[in-house]
Design a binder for this molecule. Structure first.
Ligand SMILES: Nc1ncnc2c1ncn2[C@@H]1O[C@H](COP(=O)(O)OP(=O)(O)O)[C@@H](O)[C@H]1O
Ligand SMILES: Nc1ccn([C@H]2C[C@H](O)[C@@H](COP(=O)(O)OP(=O)(O)O)O2)c(=O)n1
Ligand SMILES: [Mg+2]
Length: 218
Protein backbone atom coordinates (compact mmCIF):
# COMPACT_ATOMS: atom_id res chain seq x y z
CA UNK A 1 0.00 0.00 0.00
CA UNK A 2 1.40 3.36 -0.94
CA UNK A 3 -0.20 6.01 1.15
CA UNK A 4 -0.41 9.25 -0.72
CA UNK A 5 0.78 12.22 1.22
CA UNK A 6 -0.65 15.62 0.70
CA UNK A 7 2.04 17.46 -1.23
CA UNK A 8 1.44 20.00 -3.96
CA UNK A 9 3.40 18.10 -6.60
CA UNK A 10 4.42 14.60 -7.41
CA UNK A 11 6.62 14.16 -4.39
CA UNK A 12 4.39 11.67 -2.64
CA UNK A 13 6.19 8.92 -4.51
CA UNK A 14 9.27 9.95 -2.57
CA UNK A 15 7.54 9.18 0.65
CA UNK A 16 8.09 5.51 0.41
CA UNK A 17 8.19 2.84 3.04
CA UNK A 18 8.88 -0.86 3.28
CA UNK A 19 5.56 -2.61 3.12
CA UNK A 20 6.35 -5.18 5.78
CA UNK A 21 4.05 -5.86 8.70
CA UNK A 22 1.71 -2.98 9.00
CA UNK A 23 4.05 -0.18 8.07
CA UNK A 24 2.27 2.81 6.63
CA UNK A 25 4.04 5.69 4.95
CA UNK A 26 7.75 5.42 4.26
CA UNK A 27 9.38 8.48 5.70
CA UNK A 28 12.34 10.44 4.47
CA UNK A 29 15.38 9.11 6.31
CA UNK A 30 17.35 11.96 7.82
CA UNK A 31 20.60 12.44 9.70
CA UNK A 32 21.30 15.91 11.05
CA UNK A 33 24.94 17.00 11.07
CA UNK A 34 25.93 19.62 13.64
CA UNK A 35 29.10 21.04 15.11
CA UNK A 36 30.88 24.38 15.35
CA UNK A 37 31.71 26.38 12.21
CA UNK A 38 34.78 24.79 10.63
CA UNK A 39 34.44 21.47 12.46
CA UNK A 40 34.35 19.59 9.15
CA UNK A 41 30.65 19.06 8.53
CA UNK A 42 30.80 19.77 4.81
CA UNK A 43 33.99 17.73 4.38
CA UNK A 44 32.53 14.66 6.05
CA UNK A 45 29.13 15.01 4.39
CA UNK A 46 30.78 14.93 0.95
CA UNK A 47 32.38 11.62 1.87
CA UNK A 48 29.21 10.14 3.33
CA UNK A 49 27.34 11.14 0.18
CA UNK A 50 29.96 9.52 -2.02
CA UNK A 51 30.35 6.31 -0.03
CA UNK A 52 27.02 5.69 1.63
CA UNK A 53 24.45 6.95 -0.85
CA UNK A 54 23.05 9.76 1.24
CA UNK A 55 22.23 13.09 -0.34
CA UNK A 56 24.06 15.97 1.31
CA UNK A 57 21.99 19.10 1.86
CA UNK A 58 23.87 21.97 3.48
CA UNK A 59 21.51 24.57 4.93
CA UNK A 60 24.28 27.16 4.58
CA UNK A 61 24.89 26.26 0.92
CA UNK A 62 21.17 26.42 0.16
CA UNK A 63 20.92 29.83 1.82
CA UNK A 64 23.96 31.12 -0.10
CA UNK A 65 22.42 29.88 -3.36
CA UNK A 66 19.11 31.56 -2.54
CA UNK A 67 20.99 34.77 -1.72
CA UNK A 68 22.51 34.68 -5.22
CA UNK A 69 19.31 33.71 -7.04
CA UNK A 70 18.10 36.49 -9.29
CA UNK A 71 14.69 37.64 -8.13
CA UNK A 72 14.93 36.21 -4.64
CA UNK A 73 13.08 38.40 -2.18
CA UNK A 74 15.25 37.03 0.64
CA UNK A 75 18.74 37.84 -0.66
CA UNK A 76 19.42 40.82 1.56
CA UNK A 77 17.92 39.28 4.65
CA UNK A 78 20.01 36.14 4.19
CA UNK A 79 23.22 38.13 3.68
CA UNK A 80 22.57 40.15 6.82
CA UNK A 81 22.15 36.99 8.89
CA UNK A 82 25.18 35.31 7.35
CA UNK A 83 27.44 38.29 8.08
CA UNK A 84 26.08 38.65 11.61
CA UNK A 85 26.34 34.95 12.30
CA UNK A 86 22.66 34.93 13.24
CA UNK A 87 20.14 32.39 12.06
CA UNK A 88 17.75 32.93 9.15
CA UNK A 89 14.05 32.38 10.03
CA UNK A 90 13.11 28.74 9.61
CA UNK A 91 10.31 29.39 7.13
CA UNK A 92 12.96 30.19 4.53
CA UNK A 93 15.48 27.50 5.42
CA UNK A 94 12.99 24.68 5.87
CA UNK A 95 11.35 25.44 2.51
CA UNK A 96 14.76 25.38 0.78
CA UNK A 97 15.51 22.03 2.43
CA UNK A 98 12.17 20.53 1.50
CA UNK A 99 12.46 21.73 -2.10
CA UNK A 100 15.93 20.21 -2.35
CA UNK A 101 14.70 16.91 -0.90
CA UNK A 102 11.88 16.77 -3.43
CA UNK A 103 14.20 17.73 -6.29
CA UNK A 104 16.73 15.05 -5.44
CA UNK A 105 14.53 12.21 -6.65
CA UNK A 106 13.91 8.76 -5.27
CA UNK A 107 17.38 7.22 -5.40
CA UNK A 108 18.63 8.74 -2.19
CA UNK A 109 19.10 6.37 0.70
CA UNK A 110 18.45 9.32 2.96
CA UNK A 111 19.38 12.91 3.56
CA UNK A 112 22.26 14.39 5.47
CA UNK A 113 21.07 17.75 6.64
CA UNK A 114 24.20 19.74 7.41
CA UNK A 115 24.05 22.82 9.65
CA UNK A 116 20.42 22.43 10.70
CA UNK A 117 18.57 22.69 13.10
CA UNK A 118 20.76 25.46 14.48
CA UNK A 119 18.38 27.00 17.00
CA UNK A 120 15.00 26.47 18.64
CA UNK A 121 13.21 28.28 15.80
CA UNK A 122 14.82 25.88 13.27
CA UNK A 123 13.83 22.89 15.36
CA UNK A 124 10.24 24.06 15.91
CA UNK A 125 9.78 24.83 12.22
CA UNK A 126 11.18 21.47 11.19
CA UNK A 127 8.92 19.58 13.58
CA UNK A 128 5.92 21.56 12.35
CA UNK A 129 6.60 21.20 8.63
CA UNK A 130 8.61 18.01 8.31
CA UNK A 131 8.13 16.10 11.54
CA UNK A 132 5.46 13.81 10.16
CA UNK A 133 7.28 13.19 6.87
CA UNK A 134 10.72 12.37 8.23
CA UNK A 135 12.54 10.03 10.54
CA UNK A 136 15.61 11.55 12.17
CA UNK A 137 17.87 8.57 12.83
CA UNK A 138 20.50 10.45 14.80
CA UNK A 139 22.47 13.68 15.04
CA UNK A 140 26.08 13.37 13.91
CA UNK A 141 27.88 15.80 16.18
CA UNK A 142 31.35 16.74 14.99
CA UNK A 143 33.02 18.37 17.96
CA UNK A 144 36.31 20.23 17.84
CA UNK A 145 38.16 22.82 19.88
CA UNK A 146 36.95 26.26 18.92
CA UNK A 147 40.47 27.64 18.28
CA UNK A 148 41.00 24.93 15.67
CA UNK A 149 37.64 25.73 14.11
CA UNK A 150 38.45 29.43 13.87
CA UNK A 151 41.75 28.67 12.11
CA UNK A 152 40.04 26.36 9.66
CA UNK A 153 37.41 28.95 8.77
CA UNK A 154 40.07 31.60 8.27
CA UNK A 155 41.98 29.25 5.96
CA UNK A 156 38.98 27.77 4.17
CA UNK A 157 39.62 29.85 1.07
CA UNK A 158 36.09 29.77 -0.31
CA UNK A 159 35.74 33.55 -0.36
CA UNK A 160 32.86 33.49 2.09
CA UNK A 161 31.71 36.84 3.46
CA UNK A 162 31.54 35.33 6.95
CA UNK A 163 35.00 33.72 7.13
CA UNK A 164 36.56 36.75 8.84
CA UNK A 165 37.46 37.15 12.51
CA UNK A 166 34.49 39.35 13.35
CA UNK A 167 31.84 37.15 11.76
CA UNK A 168 33.46 33.97 13.04
CA UNK A 169 33.30 35.28 16.60
CA UNK A 170 29.61 36.02 16.18
CA UNK A 171 28.99 32.59 14.65
CA UNK A 172 30.72 30.91 17.58
CA UNK A 173 28.60 32.90 20.05
CA UNK A 174 25.50 31.81 18.16
CA UNK A 175 26.77 28.23 18.17
CA UNK A 176 27.36 28.26 21.93
CA UNK A 177 24.12 30.01 22.86
CA UNK A 178 21.68 28.60 20.32
CA UNK A 179 23.01 25.50 18.57
CA UNK A 180 24.63 23.68 21.46
CA UNK A 181 21.29 23.57 23.36
CA UNK A 182 19.77 21.82 20.32
CA UNK A 183 22.52 19.20 20.49
CA UNK A 184 21.76 18.80 24.20
CA UNK A 185 18.08 18.37 23.38
CA UNK A 186 18.89 15.48 21.06
CA UNK A 187 21.36 14.10 23.58
CA UNK A 188 18.52 13.78 26.06
CA UNK A 189 16.65 11.75 23.45
CA UNK A 190 19.68 9.46 23.08
CA UNK A 191 20.15 10.53 19.47
CA UNK A 192 23.57 12.18 19.47
CA UNK A 193 26.59 10.39 17.98
CA UNK A 194 29.60 12.54 18.82
CA UNK A 195 32.90 12.32 17.01
CA UNK A 196 35.74 14.29 18.52
CA UNK A 197 37.48 15.66 15.47
CA UNK A 198 40.01 18.10 16.96
CA UNK A 199 43.34 17.11 15.50
CA UNK A 200 42.24 14.12 13.48
CA UNK A 201 42.69 14.03 9.72
CA UNK A 202 39.59 13.90 7.51
CA UNK A 203 40.35 10.20 6.88
CA UNK A 204 40.52 9.44 10.59
CA UNK A 205 37.25 11.27 11.23
CA UNK A 206 35.58 9.50 8.33
CA UNK A 207 36.59 6.09 9.67
CA UNK A 208 34.61 6.90 12.82
CA UNK A 209 31.74 8.37 10.83
CA UNK A 210 31.45 5.17 8.80
CA UNK A 211 31.28 3.17 12.03
CA UNK A 212 28.46 5.33 13.35
CA UNK A 213 26.43 4.79 10.18
CA UNK A 214 27.25 1.09 10.20
CA UNK A 215 26.09 0.74 13.80
CA UNK A 216 22.83 2.45 12.85
CA UNK A 217 22.35 0.02 9.97
CA UNK A 218 22.54 2.82 7.43
N1 LIG B 1 39.84 16.84 9.86
C1 LIG B 1 40.29 17.97 9.30
N2 LIG B 1 41.55 18.38 9.49
C2 LIG B 1 42.01 19.51 8.93
N3 LIG B 1 41.27 20.34 8.15
C3 LIG B 1 39.99 19.99 7.93
C4 LIG B 1 39.43 18.80 8.48
N4 LIG B 1 38.14 18.72 8.09
C5 LIG B 1 37.90 19.81 7.34
N5 LIG B 1 39.00 20.57 7.22
C6 LIG B 1 39.13 21.86 6.51
O1 LIG B 1 38.59 22.85 7.39
C7 LIG B 1 37.80 23.78 6.67
C8 LIG B 1 36.37 23.75 7.19
O2 LIG B 1 35.79 22.49 6.86
P1 LIG B 1 34.28 22.37 6.44
O3 LIG B 1 34.04 20.95 6.06
O4 LIG B 1 33.92 23.43 5.48
O5 LIG B 1 33.59 22.65 7.89
P2 LIG B 1 32.11 23.09 8.29
O6 LIG B 1 31.18 22.70 7.18
O7 LIG B 1 31.82 22.36 9.57
O8 LIG B 1 32.18 24.56 8.52
C9 LIG B 1 37.93 23.40 5.19
O9 LIG B 1 38.95 24.17 4.61
C10 LIG B 1 38.30 21.92 5.24
O10 LIG B 1 39.07 21.54 4.13
N1 LIG C 1 20.21 26.46 9.59
C1 LIG C 1 20.97 27.48 9.18
C2 LIG C 1 22.26 27.24 8.62
C3 LIG C 1 23.03 28.32 8.23
N2 LIG C 1 22.55 29.57 8.39
C4 LIG C 1 23.37 30.75 8.02
C5 LIG C 1 24.02 31.33 9.26
C6 LIG C 1 25.34 30.62 9.28
O1 LIG C 1 26.31 31.33 10.04
C7 LIG C 1 25.67 30.64 7.79
C8 LIG C 1 26.69 29.64 7.33
O2 LIG C 1 26.26 28.34 7.64
P1 LIG C 1 27.17 27.09 7.22
O3 LIG C 1 26.53 25.85 7.75
O4 LIG C 1 27.47 27.14 5.79
O5 LIG C 1 28.50 27.40 8.06
P2 LIG C 1 29.60 26.38 8.57
O6 LIG C 1 29.70 25.29 7.53
O7 LIG C 1 29.18 25.84 9.90
O8 LIG C 1 30.85 27.18 8.65
O9 LIG C 1 24.42 30.38 7.15
C9 LIG C 1 21.30 29.80 8.94
O10 LIG C 1 20.89 30.94 9.09
N3 LIG C 1 20.53 28.74 9.31
MG1 LIG D 1 29.80 23.86 6.08
Amino acid sequence: IIVSVDTPDNSSRLLRRAMSSGDAVRLYDVVFVLGPPGSGKGTQCARIQENLGFVHLSAGDLLRAERQRAGSEFGELIETHIKNGSIVPVEITCKLLENAMIASGTAAKGFLIDGFPRNQNNLDGWVREMGAKTKVHFVLYLSAELEICVDRCLNRGQGRTDDNVESIQKRITTYNNQTFPIIQHYEQLGLVREIKCGTKTPDQVYAEVAQVFGNAGL
